[in-house]
Design a protein. Structure first.
Length: 260
């Protein structure tokens, strides 16, 4: 299947379970490059290797569908922090992407002409959430967390954490900034990014609606007057189509939102 590139001002979001049957895993493994196979063989645990093969294979197949090439021909370059980007020979579309995984779920984000960052985290209890916030969050974020009900503290911590991680990933390798040096005021409408210096503050920060049991966020520098977040996987399946790789349906989730 050929997937149309995201329109300007649109971000495509895909969710995929990493727990797949062996035939699907084998299909993903066949598309991996030699360097990816080398990394795959370095995993000590079978589940870690399986998750890597699936998330990387799905990335290759999605990019192949956007670029109209075989998955094995997708080529990457890597920055100092090993963030992948399309190789120069494939960059004429100016397609940007980012991915994140946690537990058994991965999220992929695609946009044209715009760097993006996405993060997903599996829910779990954080009895030391306040201590972690003191270490990694800004003073304003730590103050906000202390105001949350105790039974909501772990989920509140993850909302803030995923926003901050998404921002750092959108910045890429060009600018490394400590997590506690900036504030994501995600409790405001719309969410606002506060830098410690003259860095641009016009960013889109979005708390996504991932499958149950996960928190996720998207971040990108604002260059558009309006941003549309589109769960493209759900759109394809709604119209009775499937990607070329027969990407498994995402688990049930609430409807993604659009934000001005």
């Amino acid at each position: 299947m050929i997937i149309p590139l995201p329109l300007p001002g649109t971000v495509h979001i895909w969710y995929a379970s990493l727990r797949q049957p062996q035939p699907f895993i084998a299909q993903m493994e066949r598309s991996l490059a030699p360097d990816e196979w080398a990394r795959l063989r370095r995993f000590h645990f079978a589940d870690d290797a399986r998750r890597y093969a699936v998330r990387r294979g799905i990335l290759r197949h999605l990019l192949a569908a956007y670029l109209h090439i075989p998955p094995a021909e997708v080529a990457f370059v890597y920055g100092p922090q090993h963030k992948p980007a399309l190789a120069p020979a494939l960059s004429e579309t100016n397609l940007h992407f980012n991915l994140s995984d946690s537990g058994e779920m991965a999220v992929y984000a695609f946009a044209v002409d715009q760097a993006i960052g996405v993060d997903i985290e599996a829910h779990r209890d954080y009895p030391d959430a306040r201590q972690l916030a003191e270490r990694f969050f800004s003073p304003a974020e730590s103050d906000w967390l202390r105001q949350q009900p105790l039974h909501e503290e772990s989920s509140a911590f993850l909302r803030c954490w995923t926003c901050k991680e998404a921002v750092v990933k959108a910045l890429g390798d060009g600018l490394m900034i400590p997590l506690h040096d900036f504030t994501v005021a995600h409790w405001q409408t719309p969410p606002r990014l506060i830098w410690p210096s003259a860095l641009p503050s016009d960013w889109f920060i979005h708390l996504l609606n991932p499958p149950a049991g996960y928190s996720a966020a998207l971040a990108l520098p604002a260059q558009w007057g309006r941003l549309k977040i589109e769960d493209y996987q759900a759109r394809i399946q709604k119209h009775g189509q499937t990607p070329a790789i027969s990407l498994p349906p995402a688990p049930p989730q609430s409807r993604p939102h659009c934000s001005a």
